[in-house]
Design a binder for this molecule. Structure first.
Ligand code: HEC
Length: 192
């Protein structure tokens, strides 16, 4: 009998304490750690004396490089002292194979796998809808190694050219250089 009473009292206490009433007092917080501290929410104004723009969220310091992107940044340089650079990536078989794979994924749709400029897009586009003349990447004199530097081909892939779209945001710099190696390989191909 006594045990039942005890259980009833505990149950009542629990029930009463959970009644959902609103209190003006902060809850009892036995281990506060750093749970309560002033903070600024994302996008909120903040009137800190030296922050003239009053942004609560601070802009990254100029020249900040996102973690893990340093190599890609360095590899993205295609021009130095006003001159186009040579390919900074080694022309190994593996790199060439990767370049071929990427070329076939990203470029062949327009340029075709051999670089002829007669990819499916060009074959199927209704006449006049895609107003572009694609050079033959393998045979065009202007694009050969002696005439056009690797850096300029890299720039075309990165930023696009005339009606050719930019691929810098889609293909990492390292892969773009590997594609350049593959373009050179297409140019060395015996076409006769
Ligand atoms: C949507 C179709 C399309 C795709 C995809 C495409 N290109 Fe092009 N590309 C063009 C067109 C159009 C031109 C001609 C631009 C012009 O008028 O100078 C061109 C021109 C070029 C040139 C010659 C640039 C010059 O200096 O004359 C190169 C090199 C080239 N593309 C490489 C690539 C590579 C590498 C890829 C894949 C990363 C690629 N293209 C993907 C449409 C495309």
């Amino acid at each position: 009998m006594k045990v039942t009473h005890l259980i009833a009292v505990i149950a009542l206490a629990v029930f009463v304490s959970c009644r959902g009433g609103v209190s003006k007092h902060p809850p009892i917080h036995l281990v506060p750690d750093m749970d309560d501290q002033p903070y600024i929410q994302a996008q909120e104004d903040f009137d800190f004396p030296t922050w003239t723009d009053k942004r609560g969220m601070r802009m990254p310091v100029a020249g900040t490089i996102a973690q893990g992107t340093l190599d890609q940044r360095a590899l993205g340089v295609y021009e130095q002292g006003g001159r186009f650079v040579d390919n900074p990536i080694a022309a190994t078989y593996a790199n060439l194979a990767r370049g071929q794979e990427r070329f076939n994924i990203y470029c062949a749709v327009c340029h075709d796998r051999a670089g002829s400029g007669k990819g499916v897009v060009m074959q199927r586009a209704p006449a006049g809808s895609f107003n572009a003349v694609l050079p033959n990447l393998a045979t065009e004199e202007r694009l050969q190694a002696g005439k056009m530097k690797d850096g300029e081909l890299f720039k075309t892939i990165t930023e696009g050219k005339a009606t050719m779209p930019a691929y810098g945001h889609m293909i990492p710099a390292e892969d773009r250089w590997k594609i350049v190696h593959y373009l050179r390989a297409l140019q060395h191909r015996i076409t006769e």
